[in-house]
Design a protein around this ligand. Structure first.
Ligand SMILES: [Zn+2]
Ligand SMILES: [Zn+2]
Length: 338
């Protein structure tokens, strides 16, 4: 990446950080419930996002299948923490969030594409769309334009916002304003077109199922054993892992803006939620993150474990990651809640 590109991507990433300015936003509150109204362009004219509703409903309906004796195995449970680390912490946490959205480090293009492709395999939308939504969240956190604040409702912040089109976020102008640096990359542009990013998710599912078939044959040597292991890999390695990582990631938008402690006085209700920090390998130190969004280190105190950042430090020591942004201590001292 040349210097000009690096500077401009940093500028775009920092442009939507509202933690330092004194922006005062007027919020519309529902008269009856006292809750914040949903974003302006979410109304009766908004279409239902069937492309989210159908997979989310179908995969949740399949959860009981995973506990049938034929599909359940104790080793299958290992797909949850291991898959969460590989696909979601490395893909979403390091790739989509700390790298693409906030430009908290630089790395060779092959490593960037590896991380972001792992993110695609978490079925949390394309990189450009994810970055757009998250930058709007940082710019308007817990105010009406925020795509997913729990001030509307906990359900809305957790998953409801995914199911109805926010027309402010679907325009070419929105992509140009919030994700220009991402969409101009040919790979991310390709992922954005049609259902390409969904196809990448489908291909990764086929690879996991194929590995299950191969191992099943090697372990059992029988057709019945091969079929059962293939099914177990499909149910636990793809379906349950995806549902699990959806909820731990969505929990940052909902629970980490509701419950937990605050190290810093920020302009929104972000919290350090230790449970979701552990479940996401670091993303749950969300008050720290809102106080210093560019920092790739979300755990600021010694007990705030941030395995995603530890991995990035290892990559840095191996020479794979550069310009790894640490917390800006002098700026944070001014926001300290203590
Ligand atoms: Zn937030
Ligand atoms: Zn962020």
């Amino acid at each position: 990446m040349n210097t000009v590109t690096k500077k401009s991507t940093k500028k775009i990433a920092g442009e939507y950080d509202n933690s330092l300015d004194n922006l005062v936003e007027k919020d519309a509150v529902d008269g009856k419930s006292g809750r914040l109204q949903r974003p302006e362009k979410v109304d009766e004219k908004s279409r239902v996002m069937w492309e989210y509703v159908i997979p989310v409903v179908v995969l949740h309906l399949l959860i009981p299948v995973a506990f049938l004796p034929y599909f359940f195995s104790w080793w299958g449970l290992l797909f949850l923490p291991i898959g969460n680390y590989i696909f979601t912490s490395m893909g979403i946490g390091a790739g989509y969030h700390r790298l693409l959205t906030h430009r908290g480090f630089t790395c060779p293009r092959w490593l960037e594409y590896t991380l972001t492709t792992l993110g695609v395999c978490s079925f949390q939308d394309s990189p450009a769309r994810w970055v757009l939504v998250h930058r709007v969240h940082h710019q308007h956190s817990d105010h009406r334009p925020d795509p997913h604040t729990p001030k509307v409702s906990c359900y809305w912040a957790h998953m409801g916002w995914l199911f109805v089109d926010n027309r402010d976020l679907s325009t070419a102008a929105a992509y140009d304003k919030y994700a220009r640096d991402v969409i101009r990359d040919p790979y991310y542009f390709w992922l954005q077109r049609g259902i390409n990013w969904v196809l990448v998710y489908a291909y990764h599912a086929l690879v996991i199922v194929a590995i299950g078939a191969l191992l099943g044959w090697l372990w059992t040597g029988t057709l019945a054993g091969t079929l059962q292991t293939t099914g177990q890999f499909a149910v636990w390695g793809v379906i349950m892992r995806t549902v699990y990582t959806w909820h731990v990631t969505w929990g940052i938008n909902s629970f980490s803006h509701m419950w937990g402690y605050r190290n810093y006085q920020t302009r929104e209700d972000s919290r350090n939620n230790w449970l979701f920090a552990l479940l996401t390998n670091g993303e749950g130190w969300h008050n720290n993150h809102h106080a210093d969004p560019r920092s790739a280190q979300h755990g600021h105190r010694w007990w705030e474990v941030d395995l995603t950042f530890v991995t990035l430090v290892i990559f840095e020591k191996l020479g794979l990651v550069k310009d790894l942004v640490r917390p800006n201590q002098s700026a944070l001292n001014r926001k300290s809640a203590a």
